[in-house]
Design a protein around this ligand. Structure first.
Ligand code: ADP
Length: 741
């Protein structure tokens, strides 16, 4: 019973009961038994939706009751505000909550006053780097989704952050929440923590695969779907889920709901649009009215196209859900799904862990996703697929949850059973030994003054999961020494007369910029080599760094890009490697292909043309653009730091990528809500700069924005127009540029 939990605030049991939580789930009870409310560290490895958050909440509230302070580390920015909102329910009892996701270069002093702080691991890492003093006063730190230490990109940051927090404060309580993994015991050992490793779920789960118009489940049963002609499998499954029928085809009242996982934001949006045609047929008048209201609210959240697309889907009972949504959008979608108004949500796997939206059925439509580094499609891990599947089954509403993958052939049916349904999740392995991670974190550790000698570095590394997992003697030393030598050669660290290691001014900048030191070294070399590099040259330069995932060359493209490489050799900083150095030359070409994609984007080429030309998805363009923008920003800082003349050119190249526009539109596209297409249309209508927009004739602007009044008003307002009101304004027909969309 919830009143038997020791050491928590006395208001808590009543609060939980009011929330429908009368007794603890077995893994939660085990966590309390293990001392989680009494300051003991814990690793809880339990299935999705089995109440991990409450375990952390109990620990944090127990700490807060004694005047202590807790830190909750989330893996994604998008989850931070969600968790904060969840913990804010305790503010009525005097527990204060703060969230920190923003700038990487402040010490977040205002957070010192909060009882509970929510932050991403990158943010905590940077707080440590910036020496936030309140971190030493922490009593409890929660690591949500700790199995992500396995992630090659972000895992080492989480791992190192936990190690740093623990080494500053050996009495710190660590509560690590993990999906079910193969080696939870190892994590517990690393963190000197108790272990709760359970497969208990609040509701049964049947896993299976869809093939040939039937669902095949792991208990051996099959369920035929009635399929309408030419209907795709996902649509058929969703239809079947919504309209529960008895043996004789009678429709049963209580319909289910479906969560569909796809591999990109764009696909989530497309799937929602398509599945809305399925859900719309299942709505009654009351539901339609309620959905209309929600759709209106969604439209009001922002003027972005996403708002409209989402609202259109929601009005028909479907929705998409991905990290690109505004927090308010996500909230509205999740609430509407829980209220069973929205019947089907299409989501990206990134958020599988975060979507707190149980559903009758889960469809894992795409079990491969675009992978930055392999250029092609990569299968999801068992862990990820199980996490998605774990969202099936609404406690108290469904007899059990059902989760299926989709197979296209009989062979694939067998393969998917082997690969995912029967398979156990992978063990989690530290990725810290990878050179980029080691370089980055060693520099950060030295720059933040955390360690100032080989010995103290060594001692710190001993506290990482990597050290706990590696059994190869001497390997840690070897990797460390190689990396220290690299940092020294590149002038990022130096040894003082007394033999202490310290970061140089340049090293501090690199660490603050959050760059892989090798990326910084590449960029510095390139900028020193070229006085006035072209945009393509700069794009190529940042595409050569290990912080950019390059596009792969498809067969036949080698010749094409070899020609381009010679044609544009003069623009590329540094020397073209010899064709005989095959792998370096291929890297060079891959970087060129990636750089040309960026150049096309920054020349206002249509997204569709770019996806065709480079054989990529729209999400890839976004990914490259975001990374390039960040790297060019870093290049700008480095050029400034070193007093190189190219800083201005770098800045311009960055703006062009950021907005996806040619030079002449940079100013205009910088106005919020304008964007590349609208900027071009305004430009063609004679409104060429931000200040011209501020003083523009309203009919001209309205015509250029295709008569969309709300958009025109917002844009004018953002430009600082004195009277953006469009009431009664009619578009000027002469000012409307030719339709280009
Ligand atoms: P996880 O973090 O493990 O994925 P959550 O913490 O989101 O799962 O919990 C899933 C749902 O279960 C939440 O809606 C939560 O309110 C509910 N829940 C958690 N613990 C209990 C409990 N002891 N009794 C009833 N419901 C619970």
């Amino acid at each position: 019973d919830v009143s038997d939990v020791p050491a928590v605030p006395e208001w808590l049991p009543d609060h939980l009961r009011a929330d429908g939580i009368d007794s603890l789930y077995p893994p939660q009870a085990a966590a309390v038994e293990a001392g989680v409310t009494e300051g003991d560290s814990l690793v809880a490895s339990i299935p999705t939706a089995s109440g991990k958050t409450l375990i952390a909440t109990l620990a944090m509230l127990a700490a807060a009751r004694n005047g202590g302070k807790a830190l909750y580390i989330v893996p994604l920015r998008a989850l931070a505000s969600e968790k904060k909102a969840e913990f804010e329910q305790f503010e009525q009892y005097g527990v204060s909550v703060g969230v920190s996701t923003g700038n990487y270069d402040s010490d977040g002093e205002w957070l010192a006053e909060k009882d509970i702080v929510v932050a991403t691991s990158e943010k905590v890492d940077s707080l440590v780097r910036n020496g936030a003093p309140w971190l030493d006063r922490l009593d409890c730190v929660v690591a949500d989704e700790v199995h992500l230490v396995d992630d090659p990109n972000r895992g080492p940051t989480l791992e190192v952050t936990l190690a740093k927090l623990r080494s500053r404060n050996p009495a710190l309580q660590v509560v690590a929440l993990s999906a079910t993994i193969g080696n939870a015991g190892e994590l517990a050992e690393w963190l000197d923590a108790e272990l709760v490793d359970s497969s208990w779920r609040p509701i049964d789960l049947r896993k299976g695969v869809h093939y040939g118009q039937a669902l095949h489940f792991d208990d051996g049963t099959q369920e035929e779907l009635r399929v309408q002609s030419s209907e795709k499998p996902t649509a058929a499954i969703v239809r079947d889920t919504l309209r529960d029928t008895t043996e004789d085809g009678e429709v049963v009242e209580e319909g289910g709901s479906a969560l569909v996982f796809v591999n990109s934001r764009r696909n989530a949006e497309a799937a929602a649009r398509r599945l809305a045609n399925v859900t719309s047929g299942e709505l009654d008048g009351d539901e339609l009215a309620a959905l209309d209201e929600i759709a209106e609210e969604i439209r009001g959240v922002s003027d972005a196209e996403t708002s409209d697309d989402l609202a259109d889907a929601v009005a028909k009972g479907a929705a998409f859900h991905h990290a690109g949504l505004a927090p308010r959008h996500r909230e509205l979608v999740e609430d509407a799904f829980r209220d069973r108004l929205v019947k089907c949500v299409c989501a990206t796997p990134t958020l599988a862990a975060g979507v707190n939206t149980p559903s009758r059925r889960v469809v894992v439509r795409d079990w491969r996703r675009y992978s930055g580094d392999a250029g092609g499609m990569k299968p999801l891990s068992v862990l990820e697929v199980h996490q998605m599947m774990g969202r099936a089954g609404r406690p108290g509403m469904d007899p059990y949850g059902e989760a299926v993958l989709l197979a296209n052939s009989h062979d694939e049916l067998d393969e998917l059973f082997e690969r995912y349904v029967w398979a156990d999740p992978e063990p989690v392995r530290s990725k810290l030994a990878a050179e980029p991670a080691m370089r980055t974190h060693l520099l950060a550790t030295i720059a933040s003054g955390f360690a100032d000698s080989r010995d103290s570095l060594r001692e710190f590394l001993e506290g990482t999961l990597y050290a706990a997992q590696t059994d190869e003697q001497g390997r840690l030393d070897r990797v460390m020494d190689d990396m220290l030598a690299y940092l020294r050669v590149n002038d990022f660290i130096e040894e003082t007369d007394s033999g202490r290691l310290q970061a140089t001014a340049l090293g501090h900048t690199v660490s603050r910029l959050y760059l892989d030191p090798m990326s910084a070294a590449t960029i510095i070399d390139g900028l020193r080599d070229a006085d006035d590099p072209s945009a393509l040259g700069l794009y190529h330069l940042v595409c050569r760094t290990p912080d950019m995932y390059q596009l792969y060359l498809r067969s036949g493209e080698r010749e094409e890009f070899t020609m381009e490489a010679y044609e544009r050799e003069g623009e590329l900083p540094g020397d073209t490697p010899s064709e005989f150095e095959e792998s370096r030359f291929d890297d060079w070409l891959s970087a060129l292909k990636t750089a040309m994609l960026l150049e096309d984007w920054a020349s206002e080429t249509d997204e569709d043309r770019i996806t065709d030309r480079y054989g990529v998805g729209p999400g890839d363009i976004r990914g490259k653009v975001d990374t390039a923008e960040w790297l060019l920003g870093a290049a700008e800082s480095l050029a400034g730091e070193l007093g190189l003349g190219s800083a201005v050119g770098v800045r311009e190249a960055k703006k062009r990528v950021q907005y996806g526009v040619r030079e002449e539109l940079i100013d205009l596209a910088g106005v919020r809500n304008v964007g590349r297409k609208r900027a071009r249309r305004l430009f063609e209508a004679g409104v060429e700069t931000r200040s011209e927009l501020r003083n523009a004739e309203k009919p001209v602007v309205l015509a250029a924005l295709k008569g969309r009044r709300r958009t025109a008003e917002t844009v004018l307002e953002n430009a600082g127009h004195r009277d953006p009101d469009m009431d009664g304004v009619t578009p000027d027909p002469d000012a409307a540029p030719a339709d280009d969309e």
